[in-house]
Design a protein around this ligand. Structure first.
Ligand SMILES: NC(=O)c1ccc[n+]([C@@H]2O[C@H](COP(=O)([O-])OP(=O)(O)OC[C@H]3O[C@@H](n4cnc5c(N)ncnc54)[C@H](O)[C@@H]3O)[C@@H](O)[C@H]2O)c1
Length: 277
């Protein structure tokens, strides 16, 4: 549900140490929100915590692996004891995986699903009930991807994970329709963050030349993470249920609705040019 006034609201961001999560935490902080930031990278978390502290705002930082159910339960317990129900929950932590399906080890699939799907499931599960019970307008924001609507080749595990986040978000938003908690699914297109350079993000079946081409495409075409952060802030303030942001997101969403065959042809052609295929 729309949360128009963000000053002094508690906003929780997972994966806040880098990219979209960092930019989103900073965008809410600049509007006077109080932050709970979480990441599994302690150095990155410290750096963002310091940046928020410089704005003289309250910020609690937790090193957490969102894929770890027990760690997420401990995290939620600590948050609820200190501050009670969260006003805005942003399940952002996620990883990329680029590789052909037939050459993608199942352990890479499990890692992607554990973080990208179960990380979001854990976030909604451990914080959602308290948000509903507390009453008052609150919002859950799940960062999916354009890959959750119109995926590219060589992203099977990632696309499957983001389709799952879209499905979860749709169902949760209907189940919470009688509460004051709204649900937003965010589908960024190409955003220039370190996601493609993270360890394990690219299969060994992808050549160095193709990897370089893909990274160059992200650097050349990708929008800044700040653009996504602003779109998330706007969606929370207005209670919007779907955010399409960044290059390709809106055109591909509409093209896919118009013609799956045309969307497929355009995607394959673009993927060859940009290093996806
Ligand atoms: N960059 C893009 O083009 C793009 C496009 C669509 C969607 N997304 C999604 O946006 C989200 C953020 O991605 P980004 O591009 O900012 O990537 P990023 O790599 O810059 O940031 C991801 C952050 O999540 C953290 N993280 C990773 N695994 C974690 C775990 N198990 N537990 C806790 N924290 C963990 C990382 O340490 C990092 O700080 C992801 O869900 C991603 O799938 C990104």
């Amino acid at each position: 549900m729309a949360v128009p006034q963000l000053k002094d609201k508690w906003v929780l961001v997972t994966g806040a140490g880098s990219g979209i999560g960092r930019a989103t935490a900073m965008a809410f902080a600049r509007l006077g929100a109080k932050l709970v930031i979480a990441d599994n990278n302690p150095e990155a978390l410290d750096e963002v915590g310091l940046a928020i502290a410089r704005l003289r705002l309250e910020c609690l930082a937790f090193q957490v692996d969102v894929a770890d159910e027990a760690a997420m339960l401990r995290f939620a317990h600590a948050v609820h004891v200190r501050i009670g129900a969260i006003d805005v929950l942003i399940n952002n932590a996620g990883i990329g995986y680029h590789g052909p399906f037939l050459y993608s080890p199942l352990k890479s699939w499990r890692r992607v699903l554990d973080i990208n799907v179960m990380g979001v499931v854990h976030g909604c599960h451990v914080f959602g009930q308290r948000m509903v019970d507390a009453g008052g307008a609150r919002q859950i924001v799940n960062v999916a991807s354009l890959a959750g609507i119109a995926p590219t080749p060589n992203t099977s595990a990632y696309a499957a994970s983001k389709h799952a986040v879209m499905g979860l978000s749709d169902v949760l938003s209907m189940e919470l329709a009688n509460s004051k908690v709204g649900v937003t699914a965010v589908c960024p297109g190409i955003i220039n963050t370190p996601i493609t350079t993270a360890a394990g993000a690219i299969s060994s079946a992808i050549s160095v030349a193709q990897t370089d081409k893909l990274r160059a495409y992200y650097e050349r075409t990708g929008a800044s993470a700040d653009v996504v952060a602003q779109a998330i802030v706007d969606a929370v303030r207005s209670g919007r249920s779907l955010v399409l942001v960044g290059p390709c997101a809106k055109p591909m969403y509409h093209l896919k609705r118009l013609s799956r065959a045309l969307a497929r042809a355009v995607t394959i052609s673009d993927a060859r040019k940009n290093g996806y295929l």
